[in-house]
Design a protein around this ligand. Structure first.
Ligand code: ZN
Ligand code: ZN
Ligand code: ZN
Length: 138
């Protein structure tokens, strides 16, 4: 929990009971959840809590790297908790079982160099979504 709260602070987001409750819920449920499920689970204990607030908090937490957005075929939004939010890394999402694995490796440097050399630009950040089949599903 501590590293997640640290990330909130670093990004200028206040540590509020609602944000903490969302992170806590994801810590306790090691699977993907959408805004409606998060809302249903938290609205029993937190009053008042609106669905738009849940949407906003999920988006905020995604933007600072606490949550990962999981693509899905039903066009619904799903999120999961990132286990190592402090280090730059990527995620491998299984299209079969929707499992997310932390990919603690990045070789984007070559792409950055290419952009600097050929486009004379400077890369400040990048996002990479890797999909496929995990070891159990392939
Ligand atoms: Zn991660
Ligand atoms: Zn799988
Ligand atoms: Zn990277």
């Amino acid at each position: 929990m501590q590293s997640y709260l640290g990330l909130l602070k670093q990004n200028g987001l206040k540590i509020t009971p609602k944000r903490m409750a969302v992170i806590d819920l994801f810590l306790k449920n090691n699977r993907r959840m959408g805004p409606h499920e998060v809302y249903q689970k938290l609205s029993k204990d937190i009053n008042p809590l609106g669905l738009p607030t849940v949407y906003r908090i999920l988006e905020e937490l995604k933007n600072i790297g606490v949550l990962i957005q999981i693509p899905s075929d039903d066009r619904q939004l799903y999120y999961m908790l990132c286990k190592t939010p402090d280090e730059h890394h990527h995620h491998f999402v299984c299209r079969g079982c929707k499992r997310v694995e932390e990919v603690e490796y990045c070789n984007f440097g070559a792409v950055s160099k290419f952009i600097e050399k050929n486009l004379n630009g400077k890369v400040e950040q990048h996002f990479l979504q890797i999909e496929g089949l995990c070891s159990k599903c392939r």
